[in-house]
Design a protein. Sequence first.
Length: 383
Amino acid sequence: MSDRLLIVDDEPDFSTFVKRVAEGCGYQVRTTTNPAEFRTWTREWRPTHIFLDLVMPEVDGVEQLRFLAGDLCAARIVIMSGFDARVVDAARRIGTERGLDIVATLQKPLRAAELRQLLESQHSDEDTISESALRDALSNGEIRPYYQPKVDIRSWTPVGFEALLRWCHPHRGVLPPDKFVPVAEASGQIDQLSSTVARQALEQLGQWRRDGIDARVAINLSGLNLHEEALADRLDALAGTYGVPRELVTFEITETAAMAQPLRALDILTRLRIKGFKLSIDDFGTGFSSLVQLHRMPFCELKIDKSFVQDCDKAREARVIVKTMIDLAHNLNMSAVAEGAETEAVLHTLAELDCDVVQGYALGRPMAAPAAVAWLSEWATAH
Ligand code: C2E
Ligand code: MG
Ligand code: MG
């Protein structure tokens, strides 16, 4: 998969200069001066890299960043401008806070050597997964969910598992989702990926119930899945196929994904709730949602991001943030779940702060289905 660079700039001479250098570094390059064309190409050509001029006559760079964020664009973005550094820095913050991957800012005029160095350092990873390898893996069944336990902190009983995808690669071992979920998102395969995990996790849950195992599962959805209008119907039909009561299934959506297109998200999420599924807002605290929007969305659970949980026993600030999020969840009638609890001390602090459910290495790692069942019986014996 070669790197595709899209340049949007109102000075054609400048674009031509960047194009020449980038092609020398092995990039495929398209340039445009037209904001509408820029938007069409980001959707249809799916650039891996974008060079964005901040100052454009019709649609400025900040508006384009907002558009890219709304589209959950995964490209590496470089912001360019002749403006002073503070303006460029502010634009960078606007992009990063909306979840975009802003890798650099450049002050015009540029020197070819500086540009070449940047482009060389920004090639996609050598070990990047190709779109077609992912397609094969999806159809071969190499991509499977692992299950990580969630435990009720008051009664100390397991409440279920989060399904976390793993690619069991024949040569490269078990690959974590951050290696291939972005490839699925960028190559239009995210619907198949989410179907694969939902199908396997629901089938597993149905099997566990027939085996007399009382469990629930949580399944992650990508923000891009929220583009499919029939999503709720499809997931409902799948649950029907495997005889799974809807209330045993939670869908997790990250805060950033839910807020990228709040109206569309609200529509689909509400329909999932009407069908009986539960909803969780994932990685809470890392995105930015307005409290009004949060309150409007029909979430049942707020999942506090592990970056706050990990040291909440030691760092006063993290502890205050975790406590505030737990109170927020309770005040909005949601349950508070903490992910990333790695030590006994963190578990203890979370109990003290009135958290409801915990998940983390201190309790159990993500495991293949048979190991998850073994974990349940060991837990029952030990507690
Ligand atoms: P997430 O949904 O926030 O999942 C929690 C991540 O934290 C998991 O990483 C889990 O293994 C990790 N984790 C759990 N406990 C601990 C702990 O105590 N310490 C530390 N350091 N980490 C812990 P994982 O499995 O690598 O998944 C990463 C992300 O990939 C997930 O974050 C989720 O956003 C995404 N993902 C996983 N499976 C799927 C899927 O089926 N579909 C989609 N769209 N995304 C998925
Ligand atoms: Mg999750
Ligand atoms: Mg999370």
